[in-house]
Design a protein around this ligand. Structure first.
Ligand code: TYD
Length: 202
């Protein structure tokens, strides 16, 4: 039996990653792969409580970074690692790349501090594959504009998301073997086709 894979989905809010994730997960299930879909922040009872706080409660930027990694610690130990060990693939809607993009790029938390937290929380575990949904910020913002209630991150200005996008792309350039950039500005049919191809070849 081949090793269970850990796959993460990333991108700015409004890039279409959650829709893409569902399509990709279905494509893997059609291959008969045993799969668990989870998300961050969240994925455990404590993590979901932290998510509510993180998305609603104003706080210092480093408190935000540490709470993201605290939720992740729980997620890795309670959910991700046990699933991989029993041979179940894991797809997570966001993981640490989001902390580097949002807390690092968006908020300005120094990279070195985030690297320390990453090392502490999952030094020996990295995704096998990360699909980064990339899209111009104006397009992402337009897609979000229909939402009635925007959370603390979605309410941020365009410049914030521009920094998030650039931080994601910089990370993709550094980890080209792990991170695949999906041009999410293409039509849904084209994006889904690309996802299906990846799902059949992984
Ligand atoms: P998101 O996946 O966008 O949830 P939804 O699609 O339900 O809105 O995640 C919620 C927000 O959390 C998103 O704006 C990005 C932010 N976030 C961080 O800032 N850092 C992190 O490490 C993670 C995992 C998420």
């Amino acid at each position: 039996m081949s090793k269970a894979k850990f796959i993460t989905f990333e991108g700015v809010d409004g890039a279409g990653k959650s829709t893409g994730l569902e399509w990709f997960a279905d494509a893997l299930r059609q291959r008969g792969i045993d799969l668990l879909v989870t998300r961050e922040p969240g994925g455990t009872p404590l993590g979901e409580q932290l998510r509510t706080i993180l998305l609603n409660q104003p706080m210092h930027i480093e408190t935000e970074a540490m709470l993201m990694f605290a939720a992740r610690r729980e997620h890795v130990e309670q959910v991700i690692r046990p699933a991989l060990q029993r041979g179940t693939w894991v797809i997570s809607d966001r993981f640490s790349d989001a902390s580097f993009a949002y807390q690092g790029g968006g908020r300005g938390v120094p990279l070195g501090k985030l690297e320390q937290l990453e090392q502490w929380v999952h030094g020996d575990l990295q995704p096998d594959l990360t699909l980064l949904f990339d899209i111009p910020i104006e397009v992402a913002r337009q897609r979000l504009s229909g939402n009635l209630s925007l959370d603390r991150f979605e309410q941020e200005k365009g410049e914030f998301f521009e920094r998030v996008r650039q931080a994601y792309l910089a990370r993709a350039a550094k980890s080209a073997g792990r991170i695949t950039v999906i041009n999410a500005g293409k039509t849904l049919i084209e994006v889904n086709k690309e996802l299906s191809n990846i799902a059949t070849s992984i």
